[in-house]
Design a protein around this ligand. Structure first.
Ligand code: AMP
Ligand code: GLY
Length: 433
């Protein structure tokens, strides 16, 4: 079989690497791919990003199955373009991808279907938004409605910060059309988990649980990023909580989309805030956001743990038979540490030579993201998050040690690495080392 993966990040490198291991796979193309997918003899990069050109490529090259990594092509309708030509592709249609591409759509959906989420209101007029902030007080969360590459959410500790965020989004149009509408919502407290499932429009297959670290600096401090590291499983998600998340969030979401006439197929990622149980109340579960794709870097540790034939699972997903699919998970933990470029997240520097990359090993993989392979064979930085060094171990602690051993061999100028990925899972009392 001939497979096409759309995207260029660490998530796509991991998807391509895992699918290439299936004995029935002949070639895996990655569009556009990165330095890591270029170096792997089992993968082939294709310099395409436009949905129409990708569909033409898939027809011409007789691609049997396409998997979409990031949200942008989904929001641009790549699944609709492929389906018009009868091509098999795994991902939501443009209409279903609104669960991620419009926060207002997602919030209205959650409220309509009685799925727990933060209290909110949506605004297009700055004056009304400012008045709402004055009435609600701080802390409060301001979100641009549209896709803003991780820059669209401001968790404001003071009303002054909230007013400034409203001015930036609604006033001076700093986020363009994405910020022409804002969602203002109650600030939730607790611990975040990434709950990712596969859907075929009707059935749901949950993937292993995971948790990521969104802040740039040790101790979960500093600016928000796409994610500086992740691990799987997330010990916070006990079997009991898992059942509740399925029953209270995931199944009503998939059923709700079906009832609304927008059946959801593809990966579905619910970002959840879990508030601790108290003597008289069970743990609280609230939806922070939906993503219509897998998480990055959550995918890297999740796929390290996936055993068996991932292609077979994908085939069930596109054939509408996910109820017959099963995934066997490695009982070990996996942990991925992101190495980011100098000046990430504001203005990441490109062009730094990367040395010391270890050889691939089934228990320790370096997934590439913002890298390019030069004509002279050198790998250079070419984006914000550069690498995700991911290792398996008998405990989170051992996976962490193994990942950092590999991280410490890799060198590039200005590399930014957190040293504490996984700390919440290693110290369940929640104290930072
Ligand atoms: P989102 O893109 O909606 O996931 O938001 C990005 C990050 O902002 C989340 O991962 C949370 O860390 C934070 N966040 C979003 N909404 C809230 C909220 N209602 N309360 C507290 N933190 C939030
Ligand atoms: N790691 C968070 C995300 O993929 O959205």
């Amino acid at each position: 079989m001939r497979i096409l993966i759309i995207g260029s990040g660490g998530r796509e490198h991991a998807l391509a690497w895992r699918l290439a291991q299936s004995s029935r796979v002949e070639t895996v193309f990655v569009a556009p791919g990165n330095g890591g997918t270029a170096r792997d003899a089992a993968l082939r990069n294709v310099a395409l990003t436009d949905p129409v050109e990708l569909a033409d490529f898939a027809r011409r090259e007789k691609i049997d199955l396409t998997v979409v990594g990031p949200e942008a092509p989904l929001a641009a309708g790549v699944v609709d373009r492929f389906r018009e030509h009868g091509l098999r592709i795994f991902g939501p249609t443009q209409a279903a991808a609104q669960l991620e591409s419009s926060k207002d759509y997602a919030k209205r959906f959650l409220v309509r279907h009685d799925i727990p989420t933060a209290r909110h209101q949506t605004f297009t007029e700055p004056a009304a938004a400012h008045a709402y902030v004055d009435e609600q007080g701080a802390p409060i969360v301001i979100k641009a409605d549209g896709l803003a590459a991780g820059k669209g959410v401001v968790v404001a500790d003071t009303t002054a910060e909230a007013h400034a965020a409203i001015d930036a989004m609604l006033g001076d149009g700093s986020l363009g059309a994405a910020g022409a509408r804002v969602v203002i919502e109650e600030c939730l407290v607790g611990e975040e988990v990434s709950f990712i499932v596969m859907c075929d429009g009707q059935h749901v297959l949950p993937l292993a649980t995971s948790q990521d670290h969104k802040r740039l600096l040790n101790g979960d401090q500093g600016p928000n990023t796409g994610g500086m590291g992740a691990y799987s499983p997330a010990p916070l998600v006990t079997p009991q909580l898992h059942n509740r998340i399925m029953r209270e969030v995931i199944l009503p979401t998939v059923q709700g989309m079906k009832n609304d006439g927008v059946p959801y197929s593809g990966f579905l990622y619910a970002g959840l805030m879990i508030s601790p149980a108290t003597a008289d109340k069970p743990a609280g579960i609230k939806v922070l956001e939906f993503n219509c794709r897998m998480g990055d870097p959550e995918t890297q540790p999740i796929l390290m743990r996936l055993k068996g034939d991932f292609l077979r699972v994908m085939e069930h997903a596109v054939n509408g038979t996910l109820d017959q699919a099963e995934i066997d998970w490695d009982r070990r933990s996996a942990l991925g540490v992101v190495m980011a470029a100098a000046n990430y997240p504001a203005t990441p520097r490109a062009g730094d030579v990367i040395d010391g990359l270890p050889a691939d090993h089934p228990d320790c993989m370096v997934f590439h993201a913002g890298t390019v392979l030069d004509a002279d064979g050198k790998v250079r930085t070419a984006g914000g998050r550069v690498l995700c060094v991911t290792a398996l171990g008998d405990s989170v602690k051992l996976a962490q040690q193994r990942a950092y051993q590999a991280v410490d061999q890799i060198r590039f100028a200005g590399a930014q690495v957190r040293r504490d990925i996984g700390w919440r899972a290693i110290k369940p009392t929640g104290s930072h080392p």
